[in-house]
Write a protein that binds this ligand. Sequence first.
Ligand SMILES: O=C[C@H](O)[C@H](O)[C@H](O)COP(=O)(O)O
Length: 262
Amino acid sequence: MRTAMACAQTLNNMTHLLPHKPDPIQLTQEEMKRVAAYRAADMVASGMVVGLGTGSTAAHFIDRLAELMHKGSLKGIIGIPTSLKTEAHAIKAGIPLSTLNSHPIVDISIDGADEVDPRFNLVKGRGGSLFREKMIEGASRKFVVIVDETKMVACLGGSGLSVPVEIVPFSWKYTLSKIENLFEDETGFSARLRVDQEKPFETDNGNYIIEMFFEKGVSGDLNEVSDRLLRLTGVIEHGMFLDMATNIVVAKNDGSVIILNK
Ligand SMILES: O=C[C@H](O)[C@H](O)[C@H](O)COP(=O)(O)O
């Protein structure tokens, strides 16, 4: 009895010397983006033609890719940028670039997304890039999406944030009204021109963006919704990337990573 008490007392007195049990890691969203990007960089091999995504998550990937190239761990990489911003970033980072015209088959594309649903469908383009992304990622053998866990959704557009559509500037109000007509039976649907500093936002292709909002997310058959949008004269492309992603790299705020493969 005396011994047991003494042990308890000793233990209490010694707790400051015991190994400290670390608090569970709580990564910020930016840190999660970096974790996902770094993991995806491991999927790139020497000699690959790599589609370089656009946005804050893809920017971490570009930095990591450049780092691996400069270290000599990756050789003979050619990047295909999905936006002018990414092109400038990659040039600064020293990544040799080419185009889809010269390299029509891309080995792997790595890019972020605004939303990912359980079927690997994505919303992309809230940063203003979607057309070049869709073209290059559609030409890729592998399309790896890098996200933090906040991007995982039950249905596209369900977060109340926009689903972008790139349209030609000519008669944009007419195209906007056609998009509104398409979803007139959708409760809570709205659409508007994306504006930046009181002027229409312009994409890298000199086009405008219509932002569509769905109160309860995009309903019905997504391929049908996509087809109906693309049939409208004036619509160039939309930000729903359906059945394109082959792998999703999800970083969680406890520091772990989940890789989903199609
Ligand atoms: O237009 C932007 C691109 O589609 C981005 O990949 C997407 O918006 C995700 O961006 P971020 O990684 O900055 O969240």
